[in-house]
Design a binder for this molecule. Structure first.
Ligand code: 9WN
Length: 405
């Protein structure tokens, strides 16, 4: 299985970074590259460093790391929405999108360093990682101290049922675009056409504001905020190696954790908050379990989250669904509405390793079982373990390498 994982990563390597999947996602994606670097670190740390440095090579002047960096050699139209739609470039000249994804990159940089210590790499990437966080503080932080996203694609969990309610406010029905995703993957396993109309309408509105003004979708998401906090935890360690003061990062990590507990916790699970209405969006998304990664999370809240994971997400069985099977919106095959994803399992596994090794073990076994049963698929039916979405998906291979290391 390990040889196969490396084979997937080699096949998807593009010279300095890795595509998530050759046909469905033929460019560089932001949080994919972070997860992929974590896997590369286990067998080719040089590739891990290259993966991250190549992504940050497309960082914008304002610090944002775009969610897609387009490969100019890939024909326009191979992926929608492509450079023609986003109409923007990084200072490096590369065409990119203008939205972002969860900032899991500092963690990836730290894990890359742990696999093969390289202070020079850390010194090079540290200011870029800090700028990424600065962008979030400047452009996306609310008075409550939480970081917001402006598009479902920014959550990384595009069609999560948690977004059903806020998306109802998007009435526009843009026409004249052609989806490319359903050329490769069964339409039943992807977002609907109505979802896509809304994604396009939101992205257009944000683009037309010069990638500045949040619109109808303006959300504080627990996974994104967790990633932000985990980045500060990692930056504290990186700063120390670089001979810098870790304290500001430690303070920031504690602050985001406290803000999340105050504003996003419903007593069972962390939820998203709609900034436009000020209300929590009650759903049963596994994103709400990821705050287990925050070291400052109070022990009793971690215990409650674990109880929720056992009760509503069948954590003991080791195959964590992306949405609770006991909720009416659950769908075992449609993308982020229920299937199990290796990256989400991995994030929760990270949060459980120290707190509850007895539960982290079955979760690691669950990831191995899914892949052993169905290969390096994009996502898996949490009951049958059948694979769905694309084949040879890079982060499924990469994170597996980390899990078994
Ligand atoms: C839109 C690449 C990306 C992942 C996301 C996943 C999916 C894109 C799409 O693929 O999103 O960004 O075309 O559906 O939802 O998490 O980063 O793997």
């Amino acid at each position: 299985m390990l040889r196969d994982a490396i084979r997937v990563l080699v096949a998807n390597w593009d010279g300095s970074y890795t595509v998530p999947s050759r046909r469905l996602y033929p460019h560089q994606w932001s949080w994919d590259s972070a997860f992929i670097a974590i896997g590369h670190a286990r067998w080719a740390p040089r590739r891990a460093r290259s993966e991250l440095l190549s992504l940050f090579g497309a960082q914008w002047r304002d610090g944002r790391v775009p969610h897609i960096v387009f490969n100019p050699k890939v024909p326009d139209g191979a992926y929608f929405p492509g450079p023609d739609f986003w109409q923007t470039r990084a200072p490096s000249g590369t065409a990119t999108s203008g939205i972002i994804q969860p900032p899991v990159h500092a963690l990836a940089a730290w894990k890359t360093h742990l696999a093969e210590p390289d202070p020079a790499f850390l010194r090079r990437i540290y200011p870029r990682l800090v700028a990424q966080q600065e962008f979030l503080r400047t452009a996306r932080r609310s008075p409550e101290g939480l970081i917001s996203i402006v598009h479902p694609w920014e959550s990384g969990m595009d069609n999560s049922p948690a977004w059903d309610l806020p998306l109802q406010g998007v009435q526009e029905r843009p026409t004249g675009f052609v989806r490319r995703d359903i050329d490769t993957v069964n339409a039943e396993e992807r977002p609907t056409d109505r979802d896509y109309e809304r994604y396009v309408a939101l992205a257009k509105a944000y683009r037309d504001s010069g990638y500045r003004r949040p619109g109808a979708f303006h959300i504080e998401d627990p996974l994104f905020n967790t990633a932000y906090g985990v980045a500060e935890q990692a930056l504290a360690k990186i700063a120390e190696v670089c001979g810098l003061d870790p304290e500001p990062h430690e303070r920031e990590a504690a602050a985001i954790s406290a803000a999340m507990v105050e504003h996003l916790y419903d007593g069972d699970l962390f939820q998203s908050r709609d900034v436009n209405t000020g209300h929590l969006i009650h759903s049963a998304s596994a994103a709400g379990l990821t705050p287990l990664m925050l070291t400052a999370l109070p022990g009793e809240i971690a215990d409650t989250l674990i109880a929720t994971a056992l009760d509503r997400f069948a954590l003991k069985d080791g195959v964590l669904p992306s949405f609770s099977p006991s909720a009416p919106e659950f769908d075992s095959v449609r993308y982020w509405r229920g299937p199990s994803w290796i990256n989400l399992c991995w994030l929760v596994w990270q949060g459980l390793k120290d707190r509850r090794p007895d539960l982290a073990g079955p979760l690691a076994d669950g990831m191995l079982t899914m892949v052993a049963r169905s290969g390096f698929r994009e996502y898996f039916d949490p009951f049958t373990l059948r694979g769905h979405g694309c084949w040879d998906f890079s982060w499924s291979a990469a994170l597996l390498l980390d899990v078994v290391a």
